[in-house]
Design a protein around this ligand. Structure first.
Ligand code: SAM
Length: 228
């Protein structure tokens, strides 16, 4: 099971959505967990300590597009928007209509777009929203419990949509996410945040410029000469 198959059905019935709006973010998050425990993977949102540490290495001046997978009730969204440049954009992708509906109702920022869909479709979603690449992608996905094939598809799509110099920021309770990241990311730095329920592992997978081969290096001056 991949892609939009994962977006969990149609929008929540009206009465339920009204109730969710009244519950506040923690209530909405908890309800999402009760309805889809495996997909959500956590009982309460990330702590402010996790947010600070995870976003610490981001170079906000160069960030034109920031993408987030699994925003839940938007724990990271406002901190990202607070740091994002005025002409930047934040696209968040979640399979749970309860969360996407809540985010659309509560975040009114022209730089913000909430998409109901799967992170496995990140390339399509980014292009459909008028961007040719992303500078940073943040993930709070429960990699260990994703259906077969979805984790690798997400890592591949993420690597391909990232611009050189960008990074894939991942937090998870286990180090399993690192194994998935390593299939494409050659350089991964790691950290740990104890002040989170549960304490969590943090990873930053960097998309470095591809090394130029000897053959390419020889070709380059020839091309310049031909233009002149
Ligand atoms: C642990 S919660 C993260 C919550 C939030 N980011 C936080 O820090 O508090 C995981 C989220 O991933 C979403 N999710 C699970 N599989 C997904 C997928 N394939 N694509 C996008 N979102 C997904 C769930 O609906 C849930 O909102």
């Amino acid at each position: 099971m991949t892609g939009t198959d994962l977006a969990q059905g149609t929008a929540a019935p009206k009465a339920k959505r009204g109730l969710a709006a009244k519950l506040g973010p923690w209530g909405v998050f908890f309800r999402g967990f009760v309805e889809h425990p495996v997909m959500v993977g956590s009982i309460i949102p990330s702590s402010r300590f996790t947010i600070e540490k995870m976003l610490g290495p981001v170079d906000w001046d160069r960030c034109r597009l920031f993408v987030e997978y699994g925003p839940g009730v938007g724990t990271f969204c406002q901190p990202v928007l607070d740091r994002l440049r005025p002409d930047g954009a934040l696209i968040v992708i979640d399979t749970n209509p309860l969360y996407i509906d809540y985010l659309k109702r509560t975040i009114a920022d022209p730089r913000f777009t909430a998409v109901l869909g799967s992170a496995a479709d990140v390339e399509k979603i980014v292009h459909e929203n008028g961007h040719d690449g992303a500078d940073y992608v943040l993930s709070g996905l429960p990699f260990s419990t994703l259906p077969d094939g979805v984790g690798p598809a997400i890592v591949d799509g993420t690597y391909d949509i990232l611009r050189e110099g960008g990074a894939f920021l991942v937090y998870q309770f286990s180090a399993k996410a690192r194994d998935f990241m390593a299939r494409r990311f050659k350089r991964i730095s790691s950290g740990f945040e104890a002040l989170n329920v549960l304490p969590c592992r943090l990873f930053w997978g960097w998309k470095d410029a591809e090394p130029v081969s000897a053959a390419q290096a020889e070709e380059a001056p020839a091309k310049v000469a031909a233009v002149g």
